[in-house]
Design a protein around this ligand. Structure first.
Ligand code: 5GP
Ligand code: ZN
Length: 109
């Protein structure tokens, strides 16, 4: 947990989100600025700043996030969709707590 991290606050429940899934390791919630009709984020509870900071011990966590994407996408009614992880400021990352974007279903309204 990092004190100034918005996703740590969301995973801890101190900032509300439109949550669609939670277990011991991850939470998933709708993106506040959706890029598509359905756009949610899969976020580990562990604070890791970027994919570059992941280590071998994070393999199961990262694999779990990838395997959760199709399960939650299906629950959200998506047949085809995109998954994306922005890495570093130069890669478009704005929130420095890793998260997997899952989005699809056409342009946001
Ligand atoms: P990044 O550019 O870091 O890959 O993506 C960060 C994403 O988090 C953006 O799509 C942004 O809309 C979303 N986001 C930022 N702050 C909040 C928040 O407080 N709540 C939710 N639900 N999404 C957020
Ligand atoms: Zn964090």
């Amino acid at each position: 947990m990092s004190a100034d991290c918005i996703f740590c606050k969301i995973t801890a429940g101190s900032i509300p989100s439109k949550s669609i899934y939670e277990d011991d390791n991850v939470i998933a919630f709708h993106d506040i600025r959706p890029m598509a009709k359905v756009h949610f984020l899969i976020v580990p509870k562990k604070h890791i700043e970027t994919l570059k900071d992941c280590a071998a011990e994070d393999q199961d966590l990262l694999g779990g996030m990838m395997l959760l994407a199709p399960k939650l996408a299906a629950e959200q009614g998506l047949i085809g969709y995109k998954t994306l992880m922005n890495v570093g400021r130069e890669g478009g990352q704005e929130v420095f707590h890793i998260h997997l974007h899952v989005y699809g279903g056409g342009a946001a309204a």
